[in-house]
Design a protein around this ligand. Structure first.
Ligand SMILES: [Zn+2]
Length: 345
């Protein structure tokens, strides 16, 4: 197996893949699967790999010979595999939210397609990504096919957690949980995709909460240089003794507000950094910004835990307020002034 879209390409999800391979080997396919787990852990890639394996001409003919478990994977080279990998297969249907919602019109359109026989696939596969985006009408409309699945058709729904979906939808699916990825698995995948400095990669893998998608976005978006800028300014400010330097605090607020599209990231960086200073003193193993241990240790010596906790509260309250669309600059100014005052606690 060499294709980048087969089971072989998926890292850190051994249990789900073992189960899917068992379905293929035994020819016992459920009609509906629900993949849950954090964003970027490989749910959609696995769904595509499964669609490919179910329809791979080479694999299906070799199954008669009971191949070893490791060999149960799509060939990546037959006509079916190529079409699926290129998203050109008429019977592998992808449904995903548009403007954060999967509307009933999209599900009705899907039902019409499913009322017809599959064009060419041995098994038609419908992948509904972020199924929690179905509004209740869409979810209820989908129940019809979950209750009476069309011939040779498999539905795969993905979501962060089952409680995000209608219980009636969840109860009709075979539920498969995807674990968050370990740092080693994330480094392994990313180093295959891109040439990134090993130190940078290790730092990002520790900071992305087990999500490859988040780590990828952070590589693309020069997240690490933004973090370095923020922690540089912040560490100077919170280590400052005597009267707080309000002017520099407000300058930080202004620069944060200037990049509104990256504000959520910036505030998360601040929270993680303050949390890490707190954690450094008591449990260094749990530090997230592990590539900056020396700076953290120096900051931890000077910082007062009560002030750090108050500062984290200030940032978290600002994040909540900004999600409710409060005035950005005002909210950030109030946040930094509250943080500044805690330095003289
Ligand atoms: Zn194939």
């Amino acid at each position: 197996m060499t294709t980048a879209t087969g089971f072989d390409a998926i890292v850190g999800q051994d249990a789900p893949i073992r189960l899917l391979k068992t379905f293929i080997r035994n020819g016992t396919h459920p009609h509906a699967l629900l993949f849950t787990g954090d964003g970027g852990v490989g749910k959609k890639t696995t769904a595509t790999a499964f669609a490919m394996a179910c329809n791979c001409l080479t694999l299906q003919s070799s199954l008669r010979n009971r191949p070893p478990f490791d060999a149960i994977d799509a060939c990546g080279a037959c006509a079916s595999c190529k079409k699926i990998a290129d998203h050109h297969h008429p019977d592998v249907i992808h449904v995903a939210p548009t403007s954060a919602v999967i509307r009933i019109a999209r599900i009705r359109e899907l039902l019409k397609t499913l009322a017809l026989k599959p064009n060419e696939a041995r098994r038609r596969v419908v992948i509904i990504s972020e199924a929690q985006a179905m509004n209740p009408e869409a979810g209820n409309a989908l129940l019809k096919v979950l209750e009476e699945p069309p011939d040779r058709t498999l539905l795969i729904l993905t979501a962060a957690q089952p409680m995000d979906l209608l219980p009636t939808v969840v109860s009709r699916c075979r539920h498969i949980r995807f674990a968050p990825l370990g740092e080693e698995a994330i480094c392994q995948v990313l180093s295959r995709e891109k040439e990134v400095d090993a130190k940078v990669l290790a730092a990002l893998a520790g900071l992305c909460g087990g999500s490859i998608a988040r780590a990828r976005a952070r590589i693309e978006g020069s997240w690490l240089s933004r973090r370095d800028w923020i922690v540089g300014v912040l560490t100077d400010l919170i280590s400052h003794s005597g009267t707080p330097d309000f002017r520099t605090w407000l300058a930080l607020s202004e620069r944060l507000a200037a990049k509104k599209d990256r504000l959520e990231d910036s505030l998360e960086i601040i929270t993680m950094w303050l949390r890490d200073i707190l954690v450094t003193g008591c449990d260094p193993q749990r530090v997230l910004n592990r590539d900056r241990m020396e700076t953290l240790a120096a900051a931890a010596e000077k910082a007062k835990p009560a002030a750090l906790i108050e500062q984290i509260d200030a940032v978290e309250e600002a994040r909540t307020a900004l999600r409710a669309n409060t005035n950005t600059r005002l909210t950030l100014d109030a946040m930094v002034l509250r943080m500044a005052r805690t330095c003289s606690l």
